[in-house]
Design a protein around this ligand. Sequence first.
Ligand code: CAA
Length: 258
Amino acid sequence: MAYENIRLESQGPVTTLTIDRPKALNALNSKTLQEIESALQSLTSETRVLILTGGGEKSFVAGADIAEMSAISASQAREFAALGHRVMAALESLPCVTIAAVNGFALGGGCELALGCDLIYASEKAKLGLPEVSLGVIPGFGGTQRLARLVGKMRAKELIFTGGHIPAAQAKEYGLVLEVLPPEQLMEHCRTVATKMLKNGPLAISQAKRVIEFGADQDLRAANELERQGFAALFGSEDQREGMKAFLEKRAAAFTGK
Ligand code: CAA
């Protein structure tokens, strides 16, 4: 499918989705969100790792599109937020691993997009934040909830109430990003992490993601039950038989994802 505001490129099992509206610092208008949504729906089991990044030199995504939002009504805002929430939920539900390669500004909806990914790595140039209150609104794509769950309620309140942009190193200190890399090493780092994961059982990684993701919203008893079910569900799969057989035969496993 031809996209206007994003690029989707696959190299074997690693797919890169680039949000590519550099003139607007990759701001998320409805069209871009719809394109991301349909790109996520188009992924097949061939994709084991999806890397999200921003086109151009300056920005990952500088937020939802303020020009578009400035002209919408409350009911349109509900639909716009629902679209953004669907994209983040789709990222969390994907069976593949998602990595945000934050190469510049990740503000508002851009920070929320990164928060929807499994892992966040950032360039030394990156600045992150949720500045929505400076526009008289609040984060609308899940930022109030995912940021608070990731860095704690009080830190999330500080970041959201001040609306500031924090440098990547500070975001790392807060646990909002995993590692901070020189800009030219960011994508390579993400691919190296991807390569390490590609050696492991695809079904097992998907199951681990599902259990961590959905267990995080439940109490410990219910979450542990989810883990027990997920663990048992893998038994009988070709990957489970191959993984254990390969260990006993002292060779590398050849997983098929079946
Ligand atoms: N929406 C629309 N256009 C945007 C944009 C956004 N979020 N961010 C940047 N742009 C546009 C600018 O309007 C400008 O366009 P023109 O060249 O046509 O004037 C272009 O991108 C370049 O931006 P700047 O000239 O402002 O670049 P800068 O280097 O001086 O500043 C910046 C960079 C600090 C990121 C600044 O652009 C900025 O503050 N952007 C807005 C950040 C923001 O508030 N994001 C939150 C949006 S609200 C939201 O996301 C709601 C939600 O949760 C759903």
